[in-house]
Design a protein around this ligand. Sequence first.
Ligand code: GAL
Length: 392
Amino acid sequence: MNWFTKQSRFKKPLIAVTLVTAGALALSGCAGGGAGAGADESSAAVAITKVGVAMPTQTSERWIADGDAVKSQLEEAGFTVDLQFANDDIPTQTQQIDSMITSGAQLLIIASIDGTALTSQLQAAADAGIKVIAYDRLIRNSENVDFYVSFDNFKVGVAQGTSLLNGLGLVDATGAKAADAPSGPLNIELFAGSADDNNATFFFDGAMSVLQPYIDDGTLVVKSGQTKFDVVATLRWQQEIAQKRMEDLITSTYGGGSTPLAGVLAPYDGISRGIITALQSAGYGDTIADGLPIVTGQDAEIASVKLINDGVQFSTIFKDTRTLASQAVTATKDFAAGNTPEANNTTDYDNGVKVVPSFLLPVVTITKDNIQSELVDSGYWTAAEVAAGVAS
Ligand code: GAL
């Protein structure tokens, strides 16, 4: 069943929303609207009517969609919202959070740029009785993170690694060993995300959990020898940095494009597009059918969905920002009602000070075969947007 209307990427999903204002719930101290596990005395003290939402950047459309979805769903539930984007600049984000606190937000939803840079803001928030929800990216080194909503980040990495193996013909789409698998050796290269983003390690570790056995038995060869997270990480997830590193690898290790390269692990669509540009310029081919290496991705950004549809990028991992926004709003309503939001993971997200109770959502691998069923039929992108490669 499709829960989302066409073009509803920026709107709330069609799930029932309790139309009781959060302030009324908090003031009355009654439980309601949440699947939470009992009253939380400390949160009942501050009535939550205004929510600050700090997003990292508008250069990636996913964060614009996240911001818009969180804002519209919160407003629908009766909250006032202060939404800010920080242009991937850490001082800008800390300043925005400072000002959300001083201007009276009673709860913060934060997708951090640098997960370790917000300790003093979060202390100020705690001192003022403000609850903090970490949004998609865990905030580290602070006890003042009350809840975390995200996707299953290790599984994202497993899906990326499995998809690379699938594109190389080593496994089928379900991850089972392919009957006609090539024996190799096949050259691959590895890219990871931004080292200051807690998610990047989960993605890389998840991917390596499925790739390492093939590297160990010689089927896959990382010809550059660059396999350590710190070496393959991409600061701020930047497309240009990834493109430059791929160009350098082609020069240093692949004879300028004359040595075969079968695939590249890419953890995010912007990085994927940088890698693809470098590969195409070096003459590896314009499409996979032409010999372009298999490149993975993440986020189902429209530019990459078009590339997948056109047979250029092999895959992406779809993380539905509408359901993530909805989960953040559910947690906000629980806190506003004086309840503890329901977590489905209380073991894996240790932020260096404590294990943060988390709600993790599932993800879907997208290839050319399921763009229609997963992205178009669910209203995330329209067929026209997929054809154009641009959000309308
Ligand atoms: C990560 C996020 C990914 C991707 C990346 C770059 O934190 O989990 O989905 O968006 O940032 O923005």
